[in-house]
Design a protein around this ligand. Sequence first.
Ligand code: GDP
Ligand code: IMO
Ligand code: MG
Length: 428
Amino acid sequence: MPNIGIIGLQWGDEGKGKVIDLLSKDADIVVRYQGGANAGHTIVVQGEKIILHLVPSGILHESKYCVIGNGVVLDPVVLEKEISELKAKGFIKDDKKFMVSGLAHLIMPYHKKLDILRESKGKKRIGTTGRGIGPAYEDKASRMGIRVIDLMDPDVFKEKIKQNLEIKNFIIEKYYGDQGFKAQDIIKQYVPFRKLLKKYIADTADFLHKSIEEHKKILFEGAQGTFLDIDHGTYPYVTSSNTVAGNIASGSGVPPNCIDSVLGICKAYTTRVGEGPFPTELKDEIGDRIREVGREYGSTTGRPRRCGWFDAVTVKRAIKLNGINGLCLMKLDVFDNFKKIFICTGYELNGKKYDIPPMSSYELSKCNPILEEMPGWKGSVIGIDEYKKLPPNAKKYIARLEELLGVRIDIISTGPDRDSTIVLKKPF
Ligand code: GDP
Ligand code: IMO
Ligand code: MG
């Protein structure tokens, strides 16, 4: 299986960063293909924590190529900071191994401002990360966007900024009553990024095509999660890109028949940040306990994550949407010493039962979870790296999830560190 997609099956923060870092050892290339700095992917190596927002999570392995594909919306401010922090720690020794697609769209200062203004002054909050993601993808769709390649040509860049500011300043000033932007200020801020990006800009699709011909192993690093997908998620409480595996192809320029398998990442429970329906949410002391034990605070914004039981209805749907070949079950250790654990096996609404989520997000927000009780395990699974060492009730929980989901769990994670992992089947 040379080319593998890694996809979050819930509402993001499933532990994709840890899995990518783990599998990068056996890969040649790691590619981000959608989203932007709204992502926060955490890697823990021997107790040291690194959070990546834009740079692919393969970067800690020196010999690997890391690629930011055309489908990403790239904030050069974040990228510059991330690169300099990684370099200070001794990573990115060879600039030739890091590439940014010239076709990726740039996040501009007005995107971030509009995102924040909408969230603070609009009537309906989405609970975005405030990273300008929605406004940047809107510009891409309306053909107003500015791409990395446009930044390389001073005249084109200047012209596009002027064109954009006519409209953006009108909205910021007249609709929101806030202060607009001056073209020369943005140009002054962005010109130094030209020098930075010149080092990394590439026709990344061409690089990937050639790598495929050479039988290189590629990991596609999904950001966000299936139910934050703009089409298949809990709209409008979603992000502005397609997060499902189907977008690996368009977001990187690799044809669909070159993606050999897709690994789905899910936690032993569910979390979500921001607004929107969440049928198994626990707004009580059990939810608080999961949050505290699992340290469920956003890697990007620090916001407390909403927590709840494992939802087999949504995860089953995610398995279908993404064509999942194998699962990674993360954060099993968080349930250490829980007396009882529950799994949601269906929903109920007005006497009707659902085994797939209703199409309407409003209806989903009203659904009651049908819960199945499982016994907890006494003792700790933290750091266990062999299946046989798991307590019997932890094995029962895993087996029941596999039965409900109909897909094998290939990797079980028992702690944040690289080594706290049980690998039952190697994906490569
Ligand atoms: P991502 O966005 O999918 O990469 O996930 P995040 O990094 O936002 O959130 C996952 C969090 O869980 C991070 O803080 C990880 O270090 C942590 N983590 C990952 N796997 C495990 C695990 O098995 N157990 C525990 N306790 N923490 C884990
Ligand atoms: P990773 O890759 C969790 C959520 C936001 C908000 C919604 C829209 O770390 O799993 P946006 O800023 O994208 O317009 O916000 O999506 N969101 C995430 N939640 N993990 C993420 O990424 C997220 N990226 C966006 O909280 O609800
Ligand atoms: Mg995250």
